[in-house]
Design a protein. Sequence first.
Length: 367
Amino acid sequence: MNTTTITVIGVGLIGGSIALALRGDEHNRIIGFDVRQDFLDKALALGVIHAGTTDLQEAVREADVIFLAVPVEQIYATLDRLRNLDLKPGVIVTDVGSTKSGVVRFAEAHIPSDVTFIGGHPMAGSHKSGVEAASDRLFENAYYVLTPAPGTPEEQVERLEKLLALTRAKVVRMDPDEHDQVVGAVSHFPHILASALVNLVAGYDNENPWHHRLAAGGFRDITRIASSNPRMWRDVLLNNREHLLKIADDWARALDGVMALVREGDADRIEQFFKSAREFRDGLPERKKGALPPLYDLYIDIPDHPGEIGRITTLLGAKQINITNIQIRETREDMLGVLRITFRSLAELEKGEELLRFFDYNVYRRE
Ligand SMILES: NC(=O)c1ccc[n+]([C@@H]2O[C@H](COP(=O)([O-])OP(=O)(O)OC[C@H]3O[C@@H](n4cnc5c(N)ncnc54)[C@H](O)[C@@H]3O)[C@@H](O)[C@H]2O)c1
Ligand SMILES: O=C(O)C(=O)C[C@]1(C(=O)O)C=C[C@@H](O)C=C1
């Protein structure tokens, strides 16, 4: 069987995850392109790509399929650059941007006739950025939206769908504007709300620091996505302006409605408000994998001694157990702290768990 050359432009969270999933077929050769050589070096070291270059022409010359996995404004810029480069006739160019209408319109107007552009958007991700957070299972069981234009050759769409089967996502086709309206409501607007709420509370916290100390499960659950990449979200908002303005109006009316019930002290209707929300929320289909944040987290109680974190990372390093992230969780003052370590794979998590238990650490997989 022939090799399929796939170029991933932007080897970050999403580009890296696509590359890892597509490596599941040994006939796929993955070339990474990024503006940052150090990101390519990291992707090579992690085994995410077969080769990497900061030369765009070199990256795309042999490509059968090109994924644009850069922030939305950079998708336009990259499509513009591709126009003047040598590409293989029949190449499929697809993107993973969180908004679709503008990108699809731009591609239709600018892409040469022997190139097929198919808009795409995997509906899974994370508040984390960069290739370190990439996972071959990020898209498993998630929807992966494709927005082919009416004139796009069917066999090209099917070629892309076949390739994307390696991500184990559910690939669906949708109109780009319908996509932007729906995703505006279920993804873009929630990101605005989460960040607006955090900014509000940050202001209160300036006056009274008990706010951040008492911020517990509810606040953290609803604001996790406020830790997302600001540049990426800036581009998303600028590219889904009309739908977001409409949703914001609807939201303002909805908030006014419930606050009127509070003002009036209407107990029954306040309860009904929470009841109907709970029914819809509980009825959402469960995702087994993917959109959930990192799969391989380990939590370790650590005594409040200087050098304790260094000791743990040295123990893991001595056994060649790689970690992708490390975080100290906020805890009660002067008590035990909790360290969260993220591993790249279940096998490494298990090795780390066994090793740290051997050294008498209290180790567990759930917070
Ligand atoms: N993060 C999510 O949850 C999520 C989910 C679905 C889709 N998306 C979309 O995926 C795209 C990438 O997001 P991400 O989360 O992977 O971001 P990321 O920051 O993890 O990765 C982006 C990568 O693109 C590189 N880059 C930036 N400009 C470039 C350019 N002009 N040419 C080449 N490389 C360039 C960066 O150096 C970085 O390595 C965005 O369009 C975003 O809307 C994100
Ligand atoms: O899980 C998260 O952190 C995400 O924000 C993922 C999420 C979403 O809103 O669901 C964010 C942007 C995307 O374009 C697709 C998925």
